[in-house]
Design a protein around this ligand. Structure first.
Ligand SMILES: *Cc1c(COP(=O)(O)O)cnc(C)c1O
Length: 400
């Protein structure tokens, strides 16, 4: 029995991994216990974020950090901090930016749906470069001079969507930005593991970095991390925290918020709509510790075994199974089921649809449907779910 049955909803078998649409990653028991324990008592949220800042700083090497409502929340708050600093008037005006720099330069090939969060803070994205390789119309990627040529009096910073293969590399973009006194905001939401990225992305000198808390870290789905420069994390914190207090009484942690830079206490900021609860903060910090200590690595052999079980269980039905081992020794392996030239009712798209509509509903990875492939991510699997998954896949892959 599932709690969802009580609400008339059938729980699914999630073979897609930590995707938001399907509820994110499975939280370990220690994280769930931390969540419940945190709910039983009260603490001032700014002081708890002060503790979070120190914990995140330790894990990432950043000066300071903030638990946000997700990586998208971190992008919005990081942008807000870049636009306003500790300027009370600017904080009050967001997302209107009349009269101050509000442009963030971004490579056109890095544009994606999550940058709506950056625009929602009030920034205007100024695109540089082209996407010629994807267009089949050229051989070059975005170049340094293109960033440099786009920076002007209205430029507030640079947005960079991290990937180890992105050109120019982050360190070079940081260099050209810092020569102009501009900050770099990095979306690294899904770039964990490897655990080394917790530190190495910031080590390029990047000013602010965003991570998801609900992906590989396996914290609550609606958490994320914003980390980096203390003089930017502070303005991000005051624009998210509830500000209903008296300036004379307000004593925020000095290593998180520099009260001396504020002429008064701001009203609720643009990030007040992205608030994070004490339970989420404590659970995320607990998960971050587990992740950073490598506690999840012990699960890799079982996760691999489930994929092997599926591959061997599918012998004799159409489809070629290949298990892709991760390059970094820390990421999960992924099983690809290639359906070759199968079309119509036997195409990957149709099999995917029938699996979702079945009983129990099964959601396989759909990122390679255009290659007529299904993918299986083992993050949410166990022995029992694996057995059901094999049965459902055999039924739907057998010729209709
Ligand atoms: C997942 C993802 C996000 C959003 O992260 P949330 O924690 O769900 O808000 C943003 N950017 C990229 C590149 C992502 O992969």
């Amino acid at each position: 029995m599932s709690i969802y049955d009580d609400f008339g909803l059938k729980p699914i078998i999630n073979a897609s991994g930590a995707v938001t649409r399907l509820g994110g990653a499975p939280m370990p028991d220690a994280v769930l216990q931390a969540f419940t324990a945190a709910a039983r008592e009260s603490v001032p949220l700014d002081e708890l974020q002060g503790v979070a800042s120190r914990t995140i700083a330790e894990a990432t090497g950043a000066e300071a950090g903030l638990v946000t409502s997700g990586a998208a929340g971190a992008l919005m708050l990081g942008t807000a901090a870049i636009l306003t600093g500790y300027d009370l008037g600017r904080m009050e005006r967001l997302p209107r930016c009349d009269g101050f720099p509000y442009e963030l330069v971004v490579a056109r090939e890095q544009r994606n749906g999550y940058d709506h969060a950056v625009r929602a803070a009030g920034a205007k994205l100024v695109e540089v470069g082209f996407n010629e390789i994807v267009a089949g119309a050229g051989v070059r990627r975005t170049e340094r001079w293109e960033y440099e040529a786009a920076c002007g009096p209205m430029t507030a910073g640079i947005l960079y969507v991290y990937d180890p293969k992105t050109q120019p590399p982050l360190a070079e973009v940081v260099d050209l930005a810092h020569r102009r006194g501009l900050p770099v905001l990095v979306d690294a939401a899904g770039e964990l593991p490897p655990r080394s990225n917790l530190r190495s992305i910031l080590a390029t000198g990047a000013d602010l970095v965003c991570f998801s808390g609900g992906k590989a870290i396996r914290g609550p789905q609606a958490t994320g991390i914003l980390c980096g420069r203390r003089d930017l994390i502070g303005p991000a914190a005051v624009q998210m925290l509830d500000m209903d207090d008296h300036f004379e009484l307000w004593e925020p942690p000095i290593d998180l918020i520099d009260k001396a830079k504020l002429a008064g206490i701001p009203r609720h900021g643009i990030g007040r709509a992205l608030k994070v609860s004490k339970e989420q903060i404590v659970a995320l910090l607990t998960a971050l510790k587990l992740f950073a200590d490598g506690a999840y690595l012990a699960e890799l052999p079982n996760q691999r075994r489930w994929l092997e079980k599926i591959a061997s269980g599918l012998k004799g039905v159409p489809g070629t199974c290949v298990i892709h081992q991760s390059a970094d020794d820390e990421s999960l392996s992924i099983l690809e089921i290639a359906l070759g030239k199968a079309s119509g009712k036997n195409s990957a798209l149709e099999v995917c649809r029938r699996l979702r509509r079945g009983n129990p509903p099964v959601f396989v990875g759909h990122g390679l449907l255009h290659e007529n492939k299904l993918t299986i991510n083992p993050l949410h699997l166990n022995d029992q779910r694996t057995a059901v998954l094999v049965e459902r896949l055999r039924e739907e892959l057998s010729p209709q």
